[in-house]
Design a protein around this ligand. Structure first.
Ligand code: FES
Length: 102
């Protein structure tokens, strides 16, 4: 079973925003939606654009490179040019520490 790793402070992730962290060599985008933290692979499934730098609208993020959209909570792809879902990772918050399992 994947182990949780402390990767960031919750207070570092602005509400409605995202940051990128590296966990076990993987780039992971951490999103703060209304105080809940979600983790997605920080690589768009089209050509690996950085989703942590994308525009966030509600529960969705738009890839900054060619505007594919994904659901932040589920990783589901919502529009082309990407056609595969993006990986999601389990997150837990312990005090102010955000921990991710990859
Ligand atoms: S890399 Fe994300 S839409 Fe192309």
């Amino acid at each position: 079973m994947a182990e949780f790793h402390p990767v960031a402070k919750k207070s570092e992730i602005p509400e409605g925003g995202a940051i990128c962290v590296t966990v076990e060599g993987k780039s992971v985008a951490l999103f703060n939606l209304g105080g809940e933290i979600y983790a997605l692979a920080d690589e768009c499934t089209h050509e690996e654009g950085p989703l942590s730098e994308g525009e966030i609208e509600g529960d969705e993020v738009e890839c900054p490179w060619h505007m594919a959209r994904f659901n932040i909570k589920t990783g589901k792809v919502l529009c082309e040019p990407a056609c595969e879902d993006v990986a999601t990772y389990p997150v837990r918050v312990v005090g102010d520490d955000v921990e991710v399992a990859v």
